[in-house]
Design a protein around this ligand. Structure first.
Ligand code: PEP
Ligand code: MG
Length: 882
């Protein structure tokens, strides 16, 4: 038979799944002899059963609950509802993963007219007893009976006003008696029944209310945000009350064993004398810093310090502890691993190794790799309690302030004039690149985490918020309206790319640094990981940044970003618009030295580390101006008729744009398909690579994009090899190189064995592979439906952020396996955005890829994640020997 209720003495910290975090930790504290008021826990299993039974407590649960109460009565020598020695309990939620403040709590349960009188007699403090009773009525009324707490507050305010009181301590015992009868009437009026005096009924109803609070809106939102499964359910902890409001020798507080903000080893917290737990949370009175307890109650303080040391050593982690002092005696009500900032997490992990508490491997696992980037970006300083104007997707972290502009050209000209600007667009296109470069940050109202703005900004380490749909941008009027508030060009905004929040005005910032502690931890990571970590970088400066952050090579150099340079766009356009092979070759010849210089700069910055260069990937029309804008220009020129040459030029451009236009450009004439129809472009790029590599003695890895059939790779390879031979012949310099391909469409993964025959390496382009596997547009899906899919749990997570292991991952697995089956030495990597995501990196480790590649700013996090993956994968293998 299933057991639903466990006394603290029956549990341990290993039973978290069943008893919740709170229940299991209370049990553990009892086990190690700490002063914990006795109690029991109703399990998560009971919560699930309650839900399955249509929100009803089964007879088994009710019986076990009653038995547990009897046992508790025996342990405490008190009885629930007794008129001489009454037992009072607290009823609290306790989920498996901590969800602070999300669910409900009832204190002082067991209070009724008789027990309040008994408590008054027992303590000789009638005022205290009645104050506790009215608190219970209010909490029970709110949490269990659905009478909002504000209604009780209003009644209390009214009463205070009648009597001319300004604060609660002025109320006498008789006053509280009157308030209690007002509260009881309020409950009866709103629920249609009198307040239940029977403590057993109170208890059952409270347990049910906590179970129900698992499904309240804020708890559900919190779970969605933190990826906690809805199916887990919450446990309920019932614990005999200790009263912190029993006069000036009592109190209650919360403390962390280390500073949760910077990780410093010091007790950090606060307490209130003569108060109950909710007073600290409610912020009605200002709590005292914990160190002042040393003067107020030296003995209690000393025992508290001893307890905190013991807890930290026992759990081998920083603890967040709730305590109550009842008439000079200390009780511990809860302990859990404390939540902390990334900076604190790092400091604590490293300090604990130095203190001999943790091994280096354990310390590496203690730091959340996905949060680590917070340490490498400028951030808004201090506790910012400002209200955000709107929230979009946190596409690229960091924080920035600047004046709003609505066009890339204006971003550039304002920046040249020394203004800090934020580029605001519905979405960005490659045409906007100069604006992105000039801006402090980018805000778009459409597009997701892999939209153009997001990828480009991340690559540059520039703050970016995408898909901020609450903002209505009118490009023509140069305004942005959020919730009826209209902002115009030149108004100042601050963006927090780490949270996606948009603020009005300029906020104070903190500069990032790679601290010695950070370097130390990453050093441990480097000696632990198996996979290499490379960076996606397209120019010398980014490459140098990548090396500074510890990149061991470049996994993806997107050569189109070099074509986008405003100085080069006219040449690129001439190349695209050429009406003869000769003219095209002339334009390409002009591009050649520029490309060569780009590659030389990158090779030099990488100092012999491997560099993978991808040949041109996007459709050519991306290098041409926007059709709508051109149409307007042509029409205007036709109307005025005073610039015939310009009109002819614009018309030619418009014709080209129309000619190159595609219904579905993402599935269109791009990637190696471009190289198949315009081999001269790839030939020029290959020549530039070989000339640069010959100059600086680099060994380039040339990568062909979007291959779906081995014959495409064969054809492009022939062009590259021809160029290699020619350059060698002409320069007399031999260049060692390899040729590989991206695997970014399902057919490539499924025919990996054939493709591997022709390739030296595979790099999984998981952005396109996700797009083509799901059939979801990487530019539109998030704004249109993907966010809803994640919110409603149709999908567990956004597959453009974390690799979809079942689908896309399966293709990666097939590609890796089949490729290696014909060529064991085939080098395998990943270069989509997933290469910087910890869970995806773990997946890559399980498939034994050789490297991951991500934006330079994500390299440190990837180094840590790769080390964590290696440790965890090793442990998994030991549990399940193959
Ligand atoms: C990819 O598709 O995963 C990739 C890295 O290429 P891009 O993002 O440039 O299409
Ligand atoms: Mg791609």
């Amino acid at each position: 038979m299933t057991k639903f209720v466990y006394a603290f003495s029956e549990g341990s910290r290993d039973m978290k799944k069943l008893l919740g975090g709170k229940g299991s930790n209370l049990a553990e504290m009892v086990k190690i002899g700490l002063p914990v008021p006795p109690g029991f826990t109703v399990s998560t299993e009971a919560c699930r059963t309650y839900d399955e039974q249509g929100q009803k407590l089964t007879e088994e649960i009710k019986t076990e609950l009653a038995e547990a109460v009897r046992r508790l009565e025996k342990d405490t020598g008190k009885r629930i509802g007794d008129t001489k020695s009454p037992l009072f309990v607290s009823v609290r939620s306790g989920a498996v993963f901590s969800m602070p403040g999300m669910m409900d709590t009832v204190l002082n349960l067991g209070m009724n007219d008789d027990t309040a009188r008994a408590l008054a007699e027992q303590t000789g403090e009638p005022r205290f007893a009645l104050d506790s009773y009215r608190r219970f009525l209010q909490m029970f009324g709110d949490v269990v009976l659905g009478v909002e707490t504000e209604r009780f507050e209003r009644e209390l305010e009214r009463f205070r006003a009648q009597r001319g009181y300004t604060s609660d301590p002025e109320l006498t015992a008789d006053d509280w008696k009157t308030v209690i009868s007002v509260y009881k009437k309020l409950i009866e009026h709103h629920t249609g029944s009198p307040f239940p005096q029977d403590p057993n009924v109170q208890l059952q109803l409270s347990v049910e209310a906590v179970f129900q609070s698992w499904n309240n809106e804020r708890a559900a939102v919190y779970r969605r945000m933190h990826g906690i499964p809805h199916s887990l359910g919450t446990a309920v902890t019932v614990q005999s009350m200790v009263f912190g409001n029993l006069g000036d020798t009592s109190g209650t507080g919360v403390a962390f064993t280390r500073n949760p903000s910077n990780g410093k080893k010091e007790l950090y917290g606060e307490y209130l004398i003569n108060a109950q737990g909710e007073d600290v949370v409610a912020g009605i009175r200002t709590p005292q810093p914990i160190r002042t307890l040393h003067e107020a109650m030296p003995d209690v303080y000393d025992s508290f310090v001893r307890v905190t040391d013991k807890l930290e050593h026992h759990y081998r982690d920083m603890q967040d502890i709730e305590f109550t002092i009842e008439d000079g005696t200390l009780y511990i009500l809860q302990t859990r691993n404390g939540k902390r900032t990334s900076q604190a997490a790092l400091q604590i992990a490293v300090d604990m190794v130095e203190e001999g508490v943790l091994t280096k491997e354990e310390a590496l696992l203690r730091v959340d790799a996905d949060q680590l980037h917070q340490l490498l970006h400028r951030r808004i300083s201090g506790d910012n309690n400002l209200q955000a104007l709107a929230k979009g997707l946190p596409a690229s972290p960091g924080a920035a302030s600047g004046r709003m502009v609505f066009s890339a050209d204006e971003a550039e000209s304002w920046a040249e004039a020394g203004e800090k600007v934020i580029l605001v667009r519905p979405e960005t296109t490659p045409d906007d690149i100069h604006g992105i470069i000039s801006a402090e940050a980018v805000l778009t109202t459409r597009g997701g985490m892999t939209s153009h703005a997001a990828v480009v900004a991340r690559g540059m380490g520039k703050t970016c918020i995408c898909g901020c749909e609450a903002a209505d941008v009118d490009i023509k009027a140069e305004t942005m309206t959020i919730d009826g508030t209209m902002l115009k060009k030149g108004d100042v905004l601050t963006l927090d790319g780490g949270t996606g929040e948009v603020f009005s005005g300029s906020l104070q910032m903190e500069e990032p640094e790679m601290s010695p502690t950070f370097q130390l931890l990453l050093g441990w990571a480097d000696s632990t990981r198996r996979m290499n970590v490379r960076a996606n970088a397209d120019n010398g400066a980014d490459a140098a940044k990548a090396v500074e952050f510890g990149a061991e090579g470049i996994g993806l150099c997107r050569t189109e970003h070099m074509f986008m340079d405003p100085a080069r766009i006219p040449v690129v356009r001439r190349m695209i618009l050429a009406d003869s092979k000769r003219k095209r070759e002339e334009a390409l010849a002009e591009l050649l030295p520029m490309q060569r210089q780009d590659f030389e700069e990158i090779f030099e910055a990488m100092e012999g580390r491997p560099v993978t260069i991808r040949l041109l990937d996007p459709p050519l029309h991306e290098f041409l101006p926007d059709k709508e804008e051109l149409l307007i220009e042509v029409t205007t020129l036709e109307l005025t008729g005073d610039a015939p040459e310009k009109l002819a030029e614009k018309k030619q451009l418009l014709d080209a744009v129309k000619h190159l236009e595609e219904a579905n450009p993402m599935l269109g004439h791009r990637g190696c398909r471009l190289g198949m129809t315009h081999p001269e472009i790839y030939a020029m790029q290959a020549e530039a690579i070989f000339l640069a590599a010959g100059q600086v003695h680099a060994k380039p890895e040339i990568m062909v994009p979007l291959v779906s059939h081995v014959n495409e790779l064969k054809a492009v390879k022939a062009v590259i090899e021809r160029e290699a031979e020619r350059v060698q012949r002409e320069t007399g310099v031999h260049v060692d190189y390899t040729i590989g391909t991206m695997i970014e469409v399902p057919r490539a993964a499924l025919t990996a064995a054939a493709i591997a025959e022709e390739a030296d390496f595979f790099s999984f382009g998981t952005n396109d592979l996700t797009q083509t596997t799901f059939g979801f547009s990487r530019d539109d899906a998030e704004g249109k439906f993907l966010r809803q899919y994640v919110d409603q749990e149709t999908l567990e997570y956004n597959p453009f952020v974390r690799l979809d292991e079942e689908g896309v991952g399966r293709l990666v697995e097939i590609g890796a396996h089949d490729g290696r089956s014909v060529k064991p030495e085939l080098k395998l990597g990943i270069c989509g955005e997933h290469g910087g995501n910890a869970k995806s990196i773990h997946f890559c480790e399980t498939k034994q890829l050789d490297y991951v590649s991500c934006s330079p700013f994500r390299v440190p996090a990837a180094r840590l994640a790769a080390a964590q993956a290696a440790i965890m994968h090793q442990a998994e293998k030991e549990v399940q020997p193959s």
